[in-house]
Design a protein around this ligand. Structure first.
Ligand code: ATP
Ligand code: MG
Ligand code: MG
Ligand code: MG
Length: 465
């Protein structure tokens, strides 16, 4: 199955088990000022999960929610993070049959071709100091369900991640970790749980790429090390507690939230370590290969950044965001500009936005017909921003040319960035490419200029108050 088929299979699978398929939420949630973009399937469902409201569609829900995590932008370039992705979600509101939920998820993974032998799961080991016992519901459910598929799942208490780094997996498949890894609340960890809020243990489900993908710099091979070997494909949250001023109490009406990355599950189904191999991203990589004449496998990073950023920018534009200097618009602008910078690295001198927007529209047209209908307009939005930035880059290159023969300093680079909008990474690349001399202390000097500039803006802002 390709990723599009896996998305449909997921919705059908849960629909035929009593879940109502709900509409996806827009990427910009007007009524939620806490984040810029919808970053998880649970986010638009928060009022229902918190028990503030009952959902019209009933207690069992399923969807595929487009997400943007601008906070992951620096991770893009690796094999598993993208700023835009779809989160497959399912919910059980007001009641929680944990074993059933685990069984359905595992059945679904088997149905789409994921090798269950490669699954590893983390569960909460408990917090006696808060009177919270170990999450036996989840741990037992995973051991039982995996056994139903003929997979032995030894339970191992790893403790904290630091302990795990010393001892690795210790032969386990269901691994117990502390609240640092396996506690969900709106405030972050256990101690950060806001009083009054529902919260609870969570489980993360990992796909094992195999020991050849183990990255020694991340310690022993165990899921929570976030190393190269294990990819997180899903996350269950068991909202079973409420924090009161007296401590954590059990909820009468617990809920289950599940979210799993479509691209990562599709990659696991293909047994590939690279989400850019899946059918929602690979067509972009292929088109970039054609446009640039370069080969993805030789240097995948720029391909990944361009593919991800153009896809994210297309979806943002489709949801009404336009390039700007603030908030949502700034993220869109930054995505397009970073794509242009990486296009230069690929030697792509011609505009690419229109072509790639069409590729995105084709890959998503079946589920998001709006992308096809708006294709022209979206192409124009991205193309205008691309063209504007290419002009900036050309101006910057002309200014840089004037420095030929001299040693380029941090001050020069700051002027290029500040006056001409020429990004510093780009000018440093150019300086090196042209074999121009670069002052050894350019970074310190650049930082100093930037700091002074910030202090000036702060002073200006204060004097206006
Ligand atoms: P990771 O630890 O890999 O960064 P996470 O714990 O931050 O993932 P969650 O917030 O639990 O992710 O989101 C649920 C699921 O969404 C993850 O299990 C993963 O499958 C998927 N996911 C999260 N972030 C990304 C991303 N940047 N790109 C692709 N998929 C993602
Ligand atoms: Mg993350
Ligand atoms: Mg994680
Ligand atoms: Mg997670």
């Amino acid at each position: 199955m390709n990723a599009q088929e896996i998305r449909s299979a997921y919705l059908e699978f849960f629909a035929s088990r009593g879940h109502a398929v709900i509409e996806r939420a827009p990427l910009v949630l007007r009524e939620d000022p806490t984040t810029l973009f919808t970053g998880a399937g649970m986010q638009p469902l928060m009022p229902y999960l918190l028990g503030v409201r009952e959902h019209d569609a009933g207690p069992l829900l399923v969807d595929s929610q487009p997400c943007v995590r601008a906070q992951d932008i620096d991770e893009v370039g690796d094999r598993r993070h993208t700023t835009f992705f779809e989160m497959l979600g399912n919910w059980s509101l007001g009641s929680a049959d944990v074993e059933q939920q685990v069984r359905w998820f595992v059945e679904f993974l088997a149905h789409v071709g994921v090798d269950l032998e490669r699954l590893y799961v983390t569960c909460f080991r408990g917090a006696p100091e808060h009177g919270i016992p170990r999450d036996d519901d989840a741990a037992r459910a995973w051991v039982t369900v995996l056994a139903e598929h003929g997979i032995a799942a030894p339970l191992v208490d790893v403790g904290s991640r630091a302990d795990g780094d010393r001892d690795g997996m210790r032969g386990g498949r269901v691994l117990l970790y502390d609240a640092e890894e396996n506690w969900w609340s709106r405030g972050g960890g256990l101690d950060g749980t806001p009083v009054g809020d529902p919260c609870g243990p969570d489980s993360e489900v990992f796909y094992d790429l195999g020991p050849e993908h183990h990255d020694p710099s991340t310690g022993a091979p165990h899921p929570a090390s976030e190393g190269g070997q294990f990819v997180e494909i899903g996350n269950q949250v068991f909202m079973r507690y409420r924090r009161t001023s007296e401590g954590f109490v059990l909820l009468d009406e617990p809920s289950i939230d599940f979210g799993g990355g479509l691209e990562r599950i599709a990659a696991a189904a293909l047994a590939t370590p690279d989400v850019f191999d899946v059918s929602l991203l690979r067509p972009l990589v292929d088109r970039l290969e054609t446009l640039s004449g370069r080969v993805y496998e030789d240097d995948p990073r720029p391909f990944r950044v361009i593919a991800d950023h153009v896809r994210a920018a297309t979806f943002l534009a489709a949801d009404g965001v336009r390039p700007g200097n603030k908030a949502h618009g700034y993220v869109l602008r930054r995505l397009v500009r970073r794509a242009v910078v990486h296009a230069l690295h690929l030697g792509l001198d011609d505009r690419f936005a229109d072509e790639l927007v069409s590729v995105v529209a084709e890959a998503y047209g079946d589920t998001y017909p709006g992308l096809i209908a708006q294709r022209e307009e979206l192409g124009t939005v991205l193309r205008d921003e691309e063209s504007r930035f290419r002009r900036t880059v050309h101006r910057g290159l002309r200014e840089l040319e004037k420095l030929q023969g001299a040693t380029v300093t941090g001050g020069d680079l700051f002027v290029l960035a500040d006056t001409w909008g020429f990004p510093v990474e780009l000018s440093v690349d150019e300086v090196r490419r042209r074999d121009m001399a670069l002052a050894t202390d350019w970074q310190e000097e650049y930082a100093l200029h930037r700091e002074r500039q910030r202090a000036r803006s702060r002073a200006a802002a204060t004097s206006r108050e």
